[in-house]
Design a protein around this ligand. Sequence first.
Ligand code: NAD
Length: 337
Amino acid sequence: MIQVAINGYGTIGKRVADAVRAQPDMEVLGVAKTRPNFEAETAIDKGFPLYAAIEEREHLFEEAGLDIAGSVDELVADADVVVDATPSGIGAENKSLYEEYETPALYQGGEDADLVGVSFNARSNFEDAAEADHVRVVSCNTTGLSRVIAPLREEYGVEKVRATLVRRGGDPGQTSRGPINDILPNPVTIPSHHGPDVETIFDDLDIDTLGMKVPATLMHMHSLNVTLEEEVDAADVRELFADESRLFLIPEHMAIDGSGKLKEYALDAGRPRGDVWENAIWEESISTVGRDLYLFQGIHQESDVVPENIDAIRAVLGAADAEESIETTDETLGIGL
Ligand code: NAD
């Protein structure tokens, strides 16, 4: 059994912990937190050993009546791999801790690409992670773009990608984020940083991205234009995507008109936290004009990277090949709406 430590038990960390627990070849050795908030309570309720991420704050947990299993150093020392799911920039600060105990580590998309040897997307470059001890699972947006670009490159060749990312202002729990009544070009400079991030997965890709932020919390929405190397029928692209387990094509009859109904559907389907692990592509939006392909896709920022973290654990430890890992992850989580 692969012993997994999770450092940072917030939006991403708590989902990764649940997903690790669902795997036949992994278990959660423990989760590290900085403070005894509601997520710490949940970790205890779920039976995850709770570790203090910052030693000087250990007393806060005791005062709140929460049992601490030990320090983050002990957790890292005993683990086969650490998933660092701390806020942007903290992962970089934690790297020396993981190096000290020679524990391979995964970081999240908020960290810089040059922190690690390899940036990771299971569908696109699983094998590359075997050569690195420090791997970055790319951001929710980069994951969403990579999953679409990989099959298009393999099947038709991609000349150029242009994507406009309409981004949620904050996650539902992020009460201090915004805007609450505006539409922001964000970043206002063009192209945005998202394109270069996708190039950490496909280094020879020509991609330009534009970003916006809107008063929404549920999901991001991508408007995508891909110039292919050959003329293709939209029906063929739909068929290609239908074979990809982490692309969900929303059929017209479902009458899902936006991210609200999509989340509602995920909740109705019994998904934990209403998570949508797949890219949700509006099937009718898949259109071609000559060599240009267009589509809209919803990206659930809180969850699409979760299966990718699970695959990255196996990839970095050489515990399975891409096909085997993706299949196991998909099956255990119930991916494929
Ligand atoms: P979050 O704020 O919800 O959770 C981070 C957790 O880490 C919190 O519980 C926080 O208390 C804890 N923490 C803070 N400092 C710590 C430390 N020194 N040691 C241990 N724990 C510490 O953040 P998140 O949304 O889960 O984001 C985590 C990472 O995932 C970031 O790199 C982010 O960019 C990336 N990411 C976030 C999303 C998203 O939409 N939320 C999507 C994809 C990737």
